[in-house]
Write a protein that binds this ligand. Sequence first.
Ligand SMILES: Cc1cc2nc3c(=O)[nH]c(=O)nc-3n(C[C@H](O)[C@H](O)[C@H](O)COP(=O)(O)O)c2cc1C
Length: 178
Amino acid sequence: MDKPVDIVQFKLGMRSLAHAVSIVTAAQGGHRYGMAATAVCSATAEPPTVLVCLNRTSATHGGVTRSKAFCVNVLRAEDSDLCNLFSGAQAGDGRFKSREWSKLATGSPVLLDALVSFDCQVIKKMVHGSHTIFLGQVEQVLFGKKGRPLLYAEGQYSKLASMAHGEPLPEGLDYWGF
Ligand SMILES: Cc1cc2nc3c(=O)[nH]c(=O)nc-3n(C[C@H](O)[C@H](O)[C@H](O)COP(=O)(O)O)c2cc1C
């Protein structure tokens, strides 16, 4: 097999991929875990499943592995400071101090004013290199506070100027069918 592409080139290319930012959480043995993550997407709609890719060195990876559950909390445009906390500015349970958190079916921490939270039970996982790819069956969906999503691209946070003036897809082409 050919040599894989240079890692720096790969990372540089990936900077162009705009993503919504979420906080993936877990709870286990009286501890709460949570980290900012962009490697999050819908895997299948039938059944409702979510995919997250977590670095194996992260504390949250350990929490998700042991609890066999996680919650994806999709951040609002105003939440860049929270994202900084959950990506290294603060460590451990202190990350959860600044906001209101609750829990749903799996017990994983749920950010009450996230755009939406997907509470998931891990049904499959695959270790691949630096990360584990977790597939979570969605047990509950909590719609939090309406707003615009926090985006991340080219090494910076971004937000949509408006949700109202986007370019609509032609009739029948919207992926989610709404
Ligand atoms: C915008 C952004 C997106 C990130 N996305 C991911 C991701 O998808 N997967 C991952 O493993 N780490 C991701 N990280 C890095 C983790 O948030 C960071 O390593 C975190 O401190 C891990 O926390 P923990 O070790 O306490 O679990 C991201 C960081 C930022 C700032």
